[in-house]
Design a protein around this ligand. Structure first.
Ligand code: PEP
Length: 254
């Protein structure tokens, strides 16, 4: 079955209002392939750029949300707040949140349930560290991660989730997983979802690869059977290279 290709940029803590605005200006009026889903996840203070949706068809994602709907949580934002300003979804489970902010699988699952109940899409990230990959234990590692923080969802919740496989050793390192490694893990993830949710639901699921995706390697990675696009850090910061990624995805959809 033909799934759309997602190209979602995770800007992390980069860009300010000026540079964010000129990025959107650069993409204004661009016509992307209808089956390519363009998304950018700017930092919280820039999320209002979602107001530009009518001039540039880019979905805006948040990089985090809290697991409660409101309350005394200084510095935090709820899913309902994000929804109220036109945000499409939220990235959860990113390895930087897991490692730097010690987010556990239990917390990630709580955040996912909260975001889904507020009708946000979730881009759920999973991925193994280098020592696990070197030991050849990556399939079991990802299975454990999914069992703890994804597979407890029901099939209706899963329909609002996009999974991003992001091997930690390939994030921001310039080292990309080979297209075959990306395919193998995305196929593994799809088969775990098939076991839990059935073939129909798993076939509809979008599974992205993330880890040093750039225009030079995107075509090979995005054309893998079980890879439905990319979650892109560094190469999404520049409008030119982001646009190239969208064009590569568009060509694959022709
Ligand atoms: C990311 O952090 O989600 C990511 C994939 O970063 P990069 O593309 O820079 O490796």
């Amino acid at each position: 079955m033909a799934r759309e290709i997602y190209v979602v940029g995770n800007w992390k803590m980069n860009h300010t209002l000026d540079t964010c605005t000129s990025f959107w200006d650069d993409l204004e009026g661009e016509d992307f392939h209808p089956n390519v889903r363009a998304g950018i996840a700017p930092a919280m203070p820039l999320l209002h750029i979602s107001e530009r949706k009518s001039t540039a068809p880019i979905d805006v994602y948040a990089q985090n949300c809290h697991e409660a709907s409101s309350g005394a949580y200084t510095g935090e934002s709820s899913a309902a707040m994000l929804k109220s300003i036109g945000i499409t979804g939220v990235i959860l489970g990113h390895s930087e949140r897991r490692e730097i902010y010690h987010e556990s699988d239990a917390l990630i699952l709580a955040k996912m349930k909260h975001a889904l109940s507020a009708d946000l899409q979730v881009i759920y990230c999973c991925g193994e560290p280098l020592d696990i990959r070197k030991a050849g234990a990556q399939n079991d590692y990802i299975k454990d991660q999914l069992e703890a923080s994804l597979l407890p969802l029901d099939v209706d919740q899963l329909a609002q989730v996009c999974i991003a496989y992001e091997p930690i050793w390939a994030i921001g390192t310039g080292e990309t997983a080979s297209a075959q490694q990306a395919q193998d893990m995305c196929a593994h993830i799809r088969s775990l979802c098939t076991e839990k949710y059935g073939k129909e639901a798993a076939d509809k699921l979008h599974i992205l690869y993330g880890g040093s995706v750039k225009p030079a390697n995107a075509q090979e990675i995005f054309s893998q059977t079980d890879v439905d696009g990319g979650l892109v850090g560094g190469a999404s910061l520049d409008s030119g290279s982001y646009m190239e990624l969208l064009q590569i995805a568009g060509k694959l959809m022709e």
